[in-house]
Ligand binder design. Structure first.
Ligand SMILES: Nc1ncnc2c1ncn2[C@@H]1O[C@H](COP(=O)(O)OP(=O)(O)O)[C@@H](O)[C@H]1O
Ligand SMILES: CC(=O)N[C@@H](CCC(=O)OP(=O)(O)O)C(=O)O
Length: 330
């Protein structure tokens, strides 16, 4: 486990070197499917939402295959308040009676999903909005009778998603599932839905955008932000009780994705401009990366090193001039 250091200032002052630093990371992600969970407080500022969607489009342009799963808990709360429907959560999950379910569906599919799709499509018509219930993608059963129409995913059919990805679209999915038992729908926690989908489509990475810089060993002590850790260390941290509230479903969803074969999960602050790019394309990253113990993936983070170790080992500088060459080894 290593603590992260603040590299943003360096990144801001060293433009060209940043691009060089990004090269091995471009290679790491090009052609790969990356699931991004977007929601919570990080989705509240419309300008930031626009910028996150533009960054995702940039990833698409460099050859990444992004898939977005979104929540919208705060927007649902606002609409429920407006309609005088009480808002109630138990262990981070919304108690969802039939009236609440109607509002959840309306806000997520009718409002939030549409906003995200339009934010991408104003730069190029690549985004396709869908609900998890479309084409039988997500089927769910009731999680707990006390929570009403809150579901846990019981079946996933990734064929429609894979068709969209292979046709070069960016799927944007609202966290709703069709019922496996009746003709209704279920409200799925968006972190859980993202973890389930990432495993089902064999994603290379899953990224959770939230409103804190990542996972802290001793939250909220800023000096204990964890730059990277293994799956086992994350399991130990959950068991230690040091992770609380909304971070628990996120880490559980991350661990579920890792167990389902996804090599890396990241938790990062979606309120930092260009957070996804800084996390994905720099050596230090800005958030927390959790890595599968048996991941064949060898790129490492070196928070105190300007270049990755592998890159600097192969970097030779011509002492007579300013030319240099390097070899990227994978
Ligand atoms: N160890 C921890 N590290 C980081 N955040 C933590 C930790 N324990 C609890 N949290 C809380 O988890 C919150 C993120 O979960 P949540 O609010 O559900 O996110 P979102 O709404 O973005 O999905 C943080 O704002 C923080 O208050
Ligand atoms: C069961 C449950 O709690 N569902 C969530 C779904 C949306 C969500 O997860 O939104 P965020 O990611 O923005 O929190 C809800 O109703 O709020």
């Amino acid at each position: 486990m290593k603590y992260t250091s603040d590299f943003r200032q360096i990144l801001e002052t060293q433009g060209a070197e940043t691009l060089i630093e990004a090269l091995p990371w471009f290679k790491d992600v090009t052609g790969k499917t990356v699931v991004i969970k977007y929601g919570g407080a990080a989705m509240e500022d419309p300008e930031l939402m626009d910028s996150v969607m533009t960054d995702i489009l940039l990833l698409k342009i460099i050859g990444v295959r992004p898939v977005i799963i979104h929540g919208g808990g705060k927007a649902i709360n606002r609409m429920l308040d407006k309609l005088n429907v009480p808002v109630k959560f138990e262990n981070g999950l919304r108690v969802t009676d039939d009236a609440t379910m109607d509002v959840v569906k309306m806000v997520l599919t009718g409002d939030v999903n549409d906003q995200l799709v339009r934010a991408v499509n104003k730069h190029g018509n690549l985004a396709v909005g869908l609900s998890g219930s479309d084409a039988g993608t997500l089927k769910a059963v009731q999680k707990d009778p006390a929570l009403g129409r809150v579901g846990k995913v019981s079946e996933i059919d990734p064929s429609y998603l894979n068709d969209l990805i292979n046709a070069d679209y960016i799927p944007i999915i609202a966290s709703i599932a069709a019922s496996a038992d009746d003709d209704g729908v279920y409200n799925i926690n968006a972190d859980e839905a993202a973890g389930d989908i990432a495993s089902a489509i064999g994603a290379h990475k899953i990224m959770f955008l939230t409103d804190v810089n990542g996972l802290y060993e001793n939250y909220p002590d800023p000096d204990t932000l964890i730059a990277w850790m293994t799956q086992e260390e994350a399991e130990e941290l959950i068991a230690s009780g040091k992770i609380a509230s909304g971070m628990i479903p996120k880490i559980n969803a991350a661990l579920h994705a890792l167990k389902g074969g996804v090599p890396r999960a990241h938790i990062l602050n979606g309120k930092i401009p260009h957070a996804i790019l800084l996390e994905m394309l720099t050596d230090s990253g800005i958030g927390t990366m959790i890595r599968r113990a048996d991941s064949a993936d060898q790129l490492e983070r070196h928070p105190l090193d300007r270049f990755t170790k592998r890159l600097s080992e192969n970097l030779s500088i011509d002492p007579e001039g300013d030319e240099y060459e390097f070899e990227i080894v994978h």
